[in-house]
Design a protein around this ligand. Structure first.
Ligand code: CP
Length: 326
């Protein structure tokens, strides 16, 4: 078990080794148990987390804020538009200054080709650890919660279990590509066979896919790409189907929406779930476009674990906060 994570950033999913992720999960289960029996765990008394948001959030904001309070510390909610960032505070200023006020800086910045480089700019200047609450490239805390949930439902030995990470149609907006990218990077390290399914125009970043293939090779798992949702779902133990924008094809929102609208049949419904293993689980990080991305029948059905997934955000985040901010 690797235990010395104090002061460490978590920006990319691979910033923590497999053993370090196992430490996070161990602590997350202990914290989940403690919360279940009302046992206090104020590991971060007098510690403060600055949470800087450039993008809206329900789960991430609420779970980080609740988590810091449960650990005996405080989380400050900061919206970028209410700061002086638009008047000249650069990533360096934010890292230098917030790093002196806070014991950790958590940032959500999902703008395409800006978010990840912003987080790294803050981290380079900050004396406090920087935690990625989602950028344009990665969503590591979502992925840790997903991994915890898969292990709770399928057991901790995930070798030869198949996860399909599938694109799905949405009409609301062009969603970031960070969730599928984090999943394909992290899941092979824990033995899962990964099938990535998407219409041709919805490819992920080639360097991320290459790294995911390297991880799969290193851990002896399968990694395949298909362009058919039904083919992807076949015999899957875990169905993880969500929408993302065609950002590698076009950064133009209107053109992206036109492309997206071509694939309205990429919806998760009962018929497609029947192609997966009989005991397959359905996962989605939320928010989902109900009855567009996934039918309510599936989302509210027995195979859906979406609320356990959302809950586990709290436990894995508390584990990382406790390990990095003491
Ligand atoms: N899954 C997730 O990150 O949810 P929010 O966008 O509501 O934070």
């Amino acid at each position: 078990m690797q235990t010395f994570l104090r002061g460490r950033d978590l920006i990319s999913d691979l910033d923590f080794s497999k053993e370090e992720v196992e430490t996070v999960l161990d602590l997350a289960w202990d914290l989940k148990r403690k919360r279940a029996v009302g046992e206090g765990h104020p590991y971060l008394r007098d510690r403060t987390l600055g949470m800087l948001f450039f993008f809206s959030s329900t789960r991430t904001r609420c779970s980080f804020e609740a988590g810091m309070a449960q650990l005996g510390g405080h989380a400050a909610f900061i919206e970028s538009r209410t700061t002086q960032i638009s008047h000249g505070d650069t990533a360096k200023e934010i890292g230098q200054i917030l790093g002196r006020y806070f014991d950790g800086i958590a940032i959500r910045h999902c703008d395409w080709q800006a978010g990840n480089s912003y987080l790294n700019g803050v981290a380079a200047a900050s004396r406090a650890p920087v935690l990625n609450m989602q950028c344009d490239v990665y969503h590591p805390f979502q992925c840790l919660a997903d991994l915890m949930t898969v292990m709770e439902k399928k057991g901790q030995d995930l070798r030869r279990k198949k996860i399909v990470v599938s694109w799905a149609y949405a009409s609301s907006y062009l969603k970031p590509i960070s969730v599928p990218q984090s999943l394909i990077l992290q899941m092979p390290r824990f033995g899962m066979d990964v099938t990535l399914a998407y219409p041709e125009e919805f490819m992920l970043m080639p360097e991320i896919v290459e790294e995911a293939q390297n991880q799969a090779e290193a851990y002896g798992t399968d990694f395949e790409i298909v362009h058919d949702m039904e083919e992807g779902f076949r015999d899957a133990d875990v169905v993880y189907a969500k929408s993302w924008g065609p950002l590698l094809t076009t950064a133009d929102a209107d053109k992206g929406k036109q492309l997206q609208d071509r694939y309205q049949d990429w919806i998760t419904d009962r018929r497609k779930m029947q192609l997966a293993a009989p005991d397959a689980i359905y996962m989605h990080p939320l928010p989902a476009d109900r009855d567009i991305e996934v039918t309510s029948e599936v989302m509210d059905g027995l195979q859906s674990v979406v609320y356990d997934q959302a809950e586990n955000r709290l436990h894995v985040q508390k584990a990382v906060l406790a390990l990095t901010m003491w």
